[in-house]
Design a protein around this ligand. Structure first.
Ligand SMILES: COc1cc(-c2ccc3ncc(-c4cccc([C@@H](O)NCCN(C)C)c4)n3n2)ccc1O
Length: 285
């Protein structure tokens, strides 16, 4: 069993404002007393015993910590420290100040395809690194793609929220139906054995949204959305994709493939001509 620091987190950090909350618990800004530097504290309630319904299993928190410790990359949020007291675990994480990628995009009149490519390239670089370590994120969605800051013209992408992430062990079969309906792959819905390829389906959905603002499988209800995913029921609506390059559509089509084994991998995505132009003319788009 992993041992986290037993010190009271408030002895070392001043606890600040709530930055956000979700299934994972609360994220608060914290200031390191010794250095004055600000970090993000992810506060997680831990189940007191197996009968308790409130809080997270300690084992799931241990897996998230193990994964975060294994993925030190410029495009993945860095884990600095972990504290545990009573029924709470606190992850001290790199503070990501630029907000969510899609809020950044929503504030712009329109996103150039060249800008979308730059963002997607960084997401794929972080994801390719994770997949090289047999780790899948399993919750890739706009809210979990954040920007390091909102001042530089070319902000850095930071992937967050590894609460559903999984480290695959040799020969292991792993199934899970967790995730957000709009972004999950057909094999997740069908409770079939999963692999890092499920992330690549989500990348296809995120790219479709990045370029159009539309969600390809979104239905009126979650049930309708899941039916659309299973039926592969999506199209490039002319009203939203009239100026989108054929290369971009080809990129998406090579990810929204039902058979996980036939989907592009993150490495193959980084070599796709939409991401890595072959000719100088392509770069002009
Ligand atoms: C590593 O796991 C997580 C990290 C973070 C994280 C890390 C650094 C960091 N700096 C700023 C923030 C932040 C700022 C505003 C809102 C949120 C969060 O509540 N919403 C993000 C998306 N949500 C679906 C996780 C997080 N974060 N969030 C949030 C949730 C996680 O499960």
């Amino acid at each position: 069993m992993a041992v986290f620091k037993p010190e009271n987190v408030e002895d070392l950090y001043e606890i600040g404002e709530v930055l956000g909350s979700g299934h994972f618990g609360q994220v608060r800004q914290v200031r390191e007393r010794a250095s004055g530097k600000c970090w993000a504290g992810k506060f997680l309630k831990i189940r007191k015993n197996s009968c308790s319904r409130l809080g997270l299993d300690r084992s799931s928190v241990e897996q998230e910590v193990e994964i975060l410790q294994a993925v030190q990359h410029p495009n993945i949020v860095i884990l600095k420290d972990v504290f545990e007291s009573r029924a709470e675990v606190v992850l001290i994480l790199e503070l990501v100040s630029g907000g969510e990628l899609f809020d950044f995009i929503a504030q712009k009149d329109n996103l150039l395809e060249s800008e979308a490519i730059e963002f997607m390239k960084q997401i794929l670089q972080g994801l390719s690194f994770m997949h090289s370590k047999n780790i899948a994120h399993f919750d890739l969605k706009p809210e979990n793609v954040m920007l390091s800051d909102n001042v530089s013209p070319h902000p850095n992408i930071k992937l967050i929220d590894f609460g559903l992430a999984h480290l695959f062990h040799q020969g292991e079969e792993y199934r899970s139906t967790s995730g957000t309906p709009q972004y999950i792959a057909p094999e997740v819905i069908n409770n079939e054995p999963l692999s890092t390829a499920a992330d690549m389906w989500s990348i296809g959905v995120n790219t479709y949204i990045l370029l159009s603002g539309l969600s390809p499988f979104q239905g009126d209800t979650n049930e309708d959305t899941l039916k659309n995913v299973i039926a592969m029921n999506y199209e490039f609506h002319a009203q939203y994709f009239s100026t989108t390059s054929s290369m971009a559509k080809d990129f998406i089509q090579k990810l929204l493939v039902k058979n996980p084994n036939e989907r592009m991998t993150a490495e193959e995505c980084l070599l796709h001509p939409w991401i890595k132009p072959i000719t100088r003319k392509q770069v002009a788009n």
